[in-house]
Design a protein around this ligand. Structure first.
Ligand code: NOJ
Length: 503
């Protein structure tokens, strides 16, 4: 379901450069470390590494933690995960605070982005039952980070909804917005004396695509509508949490934002139809969240509202499948963030598919009506959707600057997928993407920080442990889950030593 928009594209990728070809080219073209010229960054720029609770913590049922939706799915439907694995133990980060904080400190980063597990903190989902061990665990992590001069950068929700709330409809139920706000308030109250960077949601586009977990190939109408209900709940929940933070916790002097992902969408040709199609997918996947929060006028993008309304009408619905925001809601959501956090990994080519709309399907993919593909010359990674296209990142950053009046931006995720320990592909990727990031800052983009994904290999959702995003390699067959540095650890360290001194 998550990939329905891209499904068509997979058939179009006829020729892909093999990852080892890319590796060879990378080795041949990588400048030697000693000769490396590092891009420049402002002195107060924040560099970090990123992880998320479900992907690394393990301890899935330890000391009062309840089941979240990923525990539930991996335990009950293991076949949906590529290697039939789960994150019951994952990297066992729950039992490795000291070691992991040491690794983070040795990298020389300023900040560590991690998420809080809602079901560890509030096993019932609601704020009436605060789990003391959850509080103890995150207090310990936060305190050890600060003792090592590393700023915690916290995401409140990174995909792992308490399963008991999923039973109430998850994010299709607008009441879940209130439950989220109670959870957020408790977190500000408990950790906010020390935590100055908060984000509410990570990549709502992705978890909203699975707002309900359908198991049929042909989704029901209700399943197809669920992503739009989820968008609505997420926006209200985010805005209300921001309001709570500003009204009740302003004295903590922190900042709060939301994490949106954007694969850059480049028109496949310069035909008007393809240019419109590329703009359309950006508005449906990114603008649907960014416009209500970061634009001057607020509300969903006009193209999204009009298109879903027209399609809904033609399909016989009484009202648009996309909930309409009231004036009060538009005002509540508009400007409800101190910064925009972006996860960016790659780029795709977009062409128009409006001529093939199947009016009987009420899905978002059908509303968008584009075909997504890639250029066969783009170097691949070991992840089927991740191609090395640094210029797409640059376009992405300039788009945000121009479209939303140059907001404060943190890049909360960017990284590469590669198994080998001498990961030259990852190094090449970081060189390319950090260079265009520095260029975008020189060109006036208000970007304040960058977090590499990820500190260590972890549970990569549907791909299980088959895909490796870590600077550190983790041995998942050893009960101790030892971490071993890949070559990119040294590269990132050297880069960090040089990047800010280059100003
Ligand atoms: C973005 C997600 O936030 C993260 O959970 C995931 O592991 C990375 N992308 C890589 O796919």
């Amino acid at each position: 379901m998550l990939y329905s928009i891209y499904r068509k594209s997979e058939k179009l990728i006829l020729v892909k450069m093999r990852w080892y070809t890319f590796l060879l080219i990378s080795i041949l073209t990588t400048r030697s470390i000693s000769a490396e010229i590092y891009p420049k960054f402002p002195k107060d720029f924040i560099f970090g590494v990123s992880t998320s609770a479900y992907q690394i913590e393990g301890a899935w049922n330890v000391s009062g933690k309840s089941e979240n939706i990923w525990d539930h799915v991996t335990h009950n439907y293991p076949s949906v995960i590529e290697d039939r694995s789960n994150a019951d133990v994952a990297c066992d980060a729950y039992h490795n605070i000291d070691n992991d904080v040491r690794l983070i400190r040795e990298l020389g980063v300023d900040s560590y982005r991690f998420s809080i597990s809602w079901s560890r903190i509030l096993p019932d989902g609601f704020s009436n039952n605060l789990n003391p061990d959850g509080v103890r665990y995150y207090n310990e992590l936060i305190d050890k980070l600060l003792a090592n001069n590393i700023q915690p950068f916290i995401t409140l929700f990174h995909g792992d909804l308490p399963n008991c709330l999923q039973l109430l409809g998850g994010f299709t139920n607008i009441k879940v917005a209130d439950y989220f706000v109670s959870y957020a308030r408790l977190m500000f109250d408990t950790f906010g004396d020390r935590v100055k960077y908060w984000t509410t949601f990570n990549e709502p586009k992705n978890f909203c695509a699975r707002a309900v977990w359908g198991n049929s190939e042909q989704l029901t109408v209700a399943e197809n509508i669920s992503p739009y209900l989820c968008v609505y709940t997420v926006l209200i929940a985010h805005a209300k949490a921001y309001e709570v933070y500003k009204n009740e916790f302003a004295h903590q002097n922190g900042k709060l934002g939301i994490v949106l992902d954007l694969l850059w969408a480049e028109p496949k040709t310069n035909s008007t139809k393809d240019i419109e199609a590329a703009n359309r997918i950006i508005e449906f996947e990114f603008g649907i969240y960014a416009n209500p929060i970061f634009s001057k006028e607020g509300d969903f993008p006009t193209i999204v509202k009009d298109r879903v309304a027209n399609m809904s009408k033609a399909q016989g619905f009484e009202e648009s499948r996309l909930p309409a925001l009231t004036k009060d809601e538009i005002n509540l959501i508009r400007s409800s963030a101190d910064f925009l956090a972006i996860n960016h990994y790659s780029t795709r080519l977009i062409s128009d598919d409006s001529d093939n709309i199947n009016i009987s399907i009420s899905s978002q993919a059908n509303d968008v009506a584009v075909i997504s593909s890639v250029d066969p010359s783009w170097p691949t990674s070991e992840m089927e959707w991740l191609f090395y296209v640094p210029w797409g990142f640059h376009k992405n950053l300039m788009y945000i600057k121009n479209k939303y009046d140059n907001p404060s931006v943190y890049i909360t995720e960017n990284g590469f997928c590669e198994k080998a320990s001498n990961d030259q592909g990852r190094i090449k990727y970081l060189q390319g993407y950090l260079q265009v990031l520095s260029d975008a800052i020189s060109e006036g983009c208000n970007i304040l920080g960058y977090f590499q994904w990820s500190l260590m290999d972890n549970f990569e959702w549907f791909a299980g442990y088959t895909k490796k995003f870590g600077l550190y390699e983790v041995n998942f067959t050893d009960p101790k889950r030892p971490r071993k540095p890949r070559a990119s650890v040294k590269w990132y360290k050297d880069f960090l030593l040089n990047a800010k001194s280059n100003v």
